[in-house]
Write a protein that binds this ligand. Structure first.
Ligand code: NAD
Ligand code: ZN
Ligand code: ZN
Length: 346
């Protein structure tokens, strides 16, 4: 089958032919209908050889949806042709975190060498994807594959980040979304669907700010050195109860800290290498800062339910598998508005 692989440190990914995977006992083989292009893959492909944690070649793609093509021995509860979304942050399934559905925080994944598809294991940017266990599949139940595939990460990750702060997003509150790309433009819609908060979006280009407004941001502000003052002015000087940073670079985490209100939540989702110091007098009183990873199995089910209710409209541009390298190039250049989605079967 064809697959998009990262093969050489520092080189662009390539479409190659690899052996067709076959499901072993307990596994499920999916025919991939859609695979999402996440900025994290660009970070992965920028890591130097000495810090690279995965084996090469690596088939990319940690957002995937597909139809069941074959079942390994002993798999029940699924049938060939079923349309499903893949829960990506695989865990052991039995530790205390996994028992809560928080496989993203599995206590034994490292020790057991368990990796997500596309981030260590062969990913979804291929004609077929091997899934380790049927518990990592959620029925699409009528959702469109292209619209649904970004929800497995670009939806699930902001959903998890927002859920921790729901109690603070009361009427009259403000939520700031920094970076309104794949994750950010879904975050704005999640905030609008789940809370009465006023949403202020920050990004570096007018095109991105246009998308932010189109998907529900009340205010859209250019992300520059004056952005923090602009957000403070919009909140009567008080700052925002919740700040979600989908860039995570030094200048954006500084903005995130500078716009937080007393008792605010700052959540750093982007992996841009920035850090926000916490200490008495450094941030407003009792600001809480966290850097989460992906979301739980239960939360993916909730995000897909929200999409089925019509609350989310993910902006996508689609590419054939042969053109996947171009999708990464465009994402790297900041040219993708919303999420790029690869269609391995055209
Ligand atoms: P994306 O490229 O689609 O979106 C990033 C957006 O940030 C773009 O719109 C870009 O214009 C904007 N941006 C860049 N610099 C900015 C600045 N200085 N100020 C404001 N906006 C700026 O990327 P994505 O796929 O949505 O991923 C966003 C980030 O989240 C990436 O760092 C990615 O690696 C990370 N991520 C983290 C997790 C997690 O679990 N923590 C999960 C998925 C993605
Ligand atoms: Zn991702
Ligand atoms: Zn576990």
């Amino acid at each position: 089958m064809k697959a998009l692989q990262y093969r050489t440190i520092g080189a662009p990914p390539e479409v190659v032919t690899v052996p067709d995977p076959e499901p072993g006992p307990g596994q499920v083989l999916l025919k991939v209908t859609a695979a999402g292009v996440c900025h994290s893959d660009i970070a992965v492909m920028s890591w130097p050889a000495e810090a690279f944690p995965y084996a090469l070649p690596l088939t990319l793609g940690h957002e995937g949806v597909g139809t069941v093509a074959a079942l390994g021995a002993g798999v029940t509860g699924l049938a060939e042709g079923d349309a499903v979304a893949v829960y990506g942050p695989w865990g052991c399934g039995t530790c205390a975190k996994c028992a809560e559905g928080k496989e993203n925080y599995c206590l034994r994944a490292d020790e057991l060498g368990i990796r997500p598809p596309g981030l260590g294991r062969p990913g979804s940017m291929a004609e077929y994807l091997l899934v380790d266990d049927p518990r990592h599949l959620v029925p699409l139940d009528g959702l469109d594959p292209v619209a649904a595939v970004p929800l497995t990460d670009a939806g699930l990750t902001p959903y998890h980040a927002i859920k921790r702060s729901l109690a603070k997003l009361v009427p009259g509150s403000t939520a700031v979304v920094i970076g309104t790309g794949g994750l950010g433009h879904v975050a704005i819609q999640l905030l609008r669907a789940l809370t009465p908060a006023r949403v202020v979006a920050l990004d570096v280009s007018e095109e991105k700010l246009g998308l932010a407004r189109a998907v529900g941001a009340h205010e859209a502000v250019l992300s520059d050195a004056r952005a923090a003052d602009a957000v403070r002015a919009l909140t009567g000087g008080l700052g925002a109860e919740v700040v979600l940073d989908f860039v995570g670079a030094a200048p954006t985490v500084a903005t995130a800290g500078a716009v937080a209100a007393v008792e605010g939540d700052v959540t750093l989702v982007g992996i841009g290498g920035g850090a926000l110091p916490v200490g008495f007098g450094v941030l407003p009183f009792e600001v809480s800062v966290t850097a989460p990873y992906w979301g739980s199995r239960g939360e993916l089910i909730e995000v897909l339910d929200l999409a089925r209710a019509g609350a989310l409209s993910v902006h996508t541009e689609t590419y054939a598998l042969d053109d996947a390298p171009l999708a990464y190039e465009r994402l790297h250049e900041g040219k993708v508005n919303g999420r790029a989605v690869i269609l391995p079967h055209g």
